[in-house]
Write a protein that binds this ligand. Structure first.
Ligand code: MG
Length: 379
């Protein structure tokens, strides 16, 4: 089999999630948004698709020369080739772009062989417990504007079946943010509302100082939190070693720092985190995320996968380390997460009443695109 084409389709859809000046999503007025999907085509007509964009210049200049004519089953070789091309093209050939290509190749392989991706990887389970992952705090009355609002939303999520809850608290440009005391007040209100039995996690502002992060961590220890993510700039691994040395609370990371499995290996070696972290988009695809899961397992560490979506779900269902959650969201009291985006016939991660997300059993990643919408709204 040979790869004969790769193309990007970008289309319009109506969205009610707006981005603030620092890029965080919040509920807002309906407006036109854009989405892209990338499809790789083999010479027998088999296709593999992933959600995400690639610019035309990167597609023509870097991606096509690396993959056209290649056997799509040689995912490791293609991934290593793209990784090598990143060295002098980091600004354009990002890990997110490499991830889109890698995930599309996994989808193609699954479709060609008639198997869901998690079974190609080596299945461990068919469903994963989810946690409710909130949007960042806001100043919308009745939204996520006060500690009490987080508490009420946590109760609502528990009633929906979520076994665990993670707060993303207030970040600039929301007035008054960031503020560690306000973050602690929200965490305390949620703990009081749901009781001690519900695992709770915090993902706050990402540029707190060491002392602010230590204060947060010590307060979360009193509240029995399960972990804290990224309270400081992850480029300073030393700050995370400093923080982890001082806390019993589990620190989960790194999430956004560059460096794929190499960065994670350094964090393990230096004791910068207790729970390893990474998602397909952060590290360059399913191929490297599986390496990171094996790295965590080899060091006897837990791993929590960053972000939702089909590709992360398939990796979670192929990980043999028990206890991980699927990050479902981002959720907000004003947004109906169960309603599929216009370009999908159904949501990627349906959750049952016990709080389990089930991995699709269709070949490949299990996409169910609304092609009528996509083709009718092409840009
Ligand atoms: Mg996070």
């Amino acid at each position: 089999m040979k790869i004969v084409d790769i193309h990007v389709r970008t289309f319009r859809y109506a969205s009610c999630v707006i981005r603030d000046s620092e890029g965080h999503g919040h509920p807002g007025a309906n407006h036109e948004a854009r989405q892209s999907i990338v499809t790789i085509v083999a010479d027998d007509g088999t296709e593999g698709t992933m959600v995400g964009g690639i610019s035309q210049s990167v597609l023509d200049g870097l991606v096509k020369p690396a993959i056209l004519g290649q056997d799509p089953f040689y995912r490791e070789r293609i991934w290593q080739t793209l990784k090598e091309r990143q060295r002098l093209n980091l600004s354009s050939l990002s890990d997110r772009v490499v991830a889109v290509i890698d995930c599309a190749l996994w989808d193609l392989a699954g479709r060609a062989l008639g198997l869901p991706v998690y079974k190609l990887l080596g299945a461990y389970r068919d469903k994963v417990p989810a946690y409710a992952s909130t949007m960042c705090g806001d100043d919308l009355p009745g939204g996520l504007d006060t500690p009490e609002a987080y508490a009420a939303f946590a109760v609502q999520c528990r009633e929906r079946g979520y076994p665990a809850f993670k707060l993303h608290t207030w970040q600039p440009p929301i007035p008054g943010a960031p503020d560690v005391r306000r973050d602690v007040a929200a965490c305390a209100a949620v703990r009081q509302a749901v009781g001690l039995g519900v695992p709770l996690m915090l993902d706050p502002y990402h540029y707190y100082s060491r002392e602010q992060s230590l204060y947060l961590g010590r307060e979360l220890e009193k509240l029995g939190f399960a972990w804290m993510e990224e309270p400081m700039d992850e480029h300073s691994m030393s700050s995370y070693v400093w923080l982890s040395d001082r806390l019993d609370l589990a620190i989960c990371g790194p999430e956004t720092v560059e460096g794929k499995m190499h960065a994670r290996a350094e964090w393990i070696k230096h004791g910068a985190a207790d729970i390893l972290r990474g998602g397909v988009g952060d590290v360059g695809g399913i191929t490297p995320l599986v390496k990171i899961a094996h790295l965590a397992e080899s060091f006897g560490m837990r791993m929590e996968v960053h972000g939702g979506g089909l590709a992360n779900l398939h990796v979670l269902c192929a990980m043999g380390i028990p206890g991980q959650f699927y990050e479902r969201g981002l959720l907000h009291p004003f947004v109906d997460y169960e309603e599929p985006a216009p370009w999908l016939n159904r949501i990627e991660d349906p959750m049952d009443d016990e709080g389990f997300v089930h991995v699709p059993q269709q070949p490949g990643l299990g996409w169910d695109f609304n092609y009528a919408h996509i083709e009718g709204n092409l840009i």
